[in-house]
Design a protein around this ligand. Sequence first.
Ligand code: 7RM
Length: 637
Amino acid sequence: MEIRDNLQIKTFAEYKKTYQKSIEEPEAFWKTVAEKFTWTKKWDKVLSADFKKPEVNWFQGATLNITQNCLDRHVKNHPNKNAIIWEPNDPNEESRHITYKQLQVKVCNFANVLKQNGIEKGDRVCIYMPMIPELAIAMLACARIGAIHSIVFAGFSSKAVASRINDSGCKMLITANDYYRGRKSIKLKEICDEALENTPSIETVIVYRRTVNPTSMKEGRDKFWFDELQKAYAECDPVEVEAEHPLFILYTSGSTGKPKGMVHTTGGYMVGTTYTFQNTFQLNEKDIYWCTADIGWITGHSYIIYGPLCAGATTVMFEGVPSYPDFDRFWEIIEKFKITHFYTAPTAIRSLAKQNVKHVEKHNLESLKVLGSVGEPINEEAWHWFNDNVGKTKCPIVDTWWQTETGSIMISPLAGVTATRPTFATLPLPGVQPAIMDDERNEIEFDGKVAEGKLTIKAPWPAIARTIWNNHQRYKETYFSAYPGYYFSGDGAYRDAVGNYRITGRVDDVVIVSGHNLGTAPIENAINEHEKVSESAIVGFPHDVKGNALYAYVILYDHNDATNSLKQEIRDMVSKNIGAIAKPQKIQFVTELPKTRSGKIMRRILRKIAANQTENMGDTSTLLNPDVVEEIQKKKV
Ligand code: 7RM
């Protein structure tokens, strides 16, 4: 598979034709795509699946190694092309350019470190590292020998690491001593040491020295990355694995209970992420692609590493934050590397849009061709700011809807090929069959009229997660029980008269007030329509009479507007747009909402505050802004 081959859709007519074929003859369609890849043995059957069981198998009987597709193949064709360009947190530290050849050597070298420490095919390896090339090297080294990586975002707490290690029984932990993110120093090894007090399955810890600071090491267990490399060969043959062999586990938080270890397998995930990468972003050979996500999230797995590298692209990795040393860091990096494709999150766009526009104007962004957005619905204002100030109205914005569970992009414009529409993810990628379900749980078939309801997918696609680690029952209940025969996304969607999809938000946040099911997303939308409101979050809290009542947390553009009369205006607005039943009982003006780094509001925390159940807040270390929790609590109404 190379960047531009005849699988890249180039016109709207071609999209239509390809989409039709992918739906009518899915096996024939995906076979053509899969044939572009390197397999050690071809499949006996392209697809066998049953969403009722549920069970999904792609390319059964085939064997492969994904690193042959993202490394060896390109080393043959363009060894000196940059695979990874890395930008450090500190702009005065040197950036690193790693070619495909160099990356292959580093991956193979480290794969031997894994082997010499007893890691074999099928073993789980936990990776807990900052955004440095060694994180990519560690994950690819696992894939090289068929070990299953479980990457834990480096912003997570020791408890979060320990519970993830224990859930999947990891034998090894790969980490760094410490690092800087913005101005903040993070002592990663110390966090690991705390976690390691309760992780009996870990035999070895490999520590990469990111700084020269002293690091405490436990004799017999902890080993430095470089010491181990010295002892290891540079060549390592790829281990042949079955198409359905697990490639990685990635934990995603549920609305309740412990995180779910989503299991992604090798063949389908490779085909799905690469095909969607090529078609969504429409890269050319010389383009420089930058996705600002952390590799600890699915976006980083699929669209910093596996998709781009399998396609032979140059992918940029950034260690820092958008605000350090100043709010122009993103724009500076785009100028520095002449980025052509820039993929980021609405939360980042909104926070940068709040800054003086001079930060953007200071930099030459002419290299940009395509912009992308992912993680949450992008509001109209943010969309236009991005389009006008960053894209200078010349770059299509691909608003990509997908999930940890889907593995690859599901609904999105194809850059420059299909039309964009602000706030709409628009059309499904080939092979993806979305469906909208009504309140009676029936599908609302597309008939040229608008529709709104719950978003499901009615046929398997190659990169879907196959199970939850050690808990297939929970997989079935969470995704395949609400609508038998369909995958339920947990999101709501609106479909316009020509078939464009707009994601309206999570629907699992439903509150029952006096027996009425109220989705929180539409109420938030109504509140956000007030000109003084920048953002809001609605949760339910127990109420003697109504069962539940609604609590609204509201951010204003100008906090000085926080008055009782504004509260009344907000209630009226909800009344008018949705109905009196949806009027929030309590409204609290806040300056920030608790958010994950990918921009998702943590409603779990807001629910606890509203219900006065603040003794046990649970793990708040996944928050971008943990301090905000106390602030909100203090001013509770
Ligand atoms: C890729 C990722 C998944 C949830 C999903 C949605 C929301 C993601 C969009 C979006 C509107 C988008 N995986 N979401 N992308 N909502 N428009 N383009 O974020 O597992 O972390 O989150 O994110 O609610 O269900 S995730």
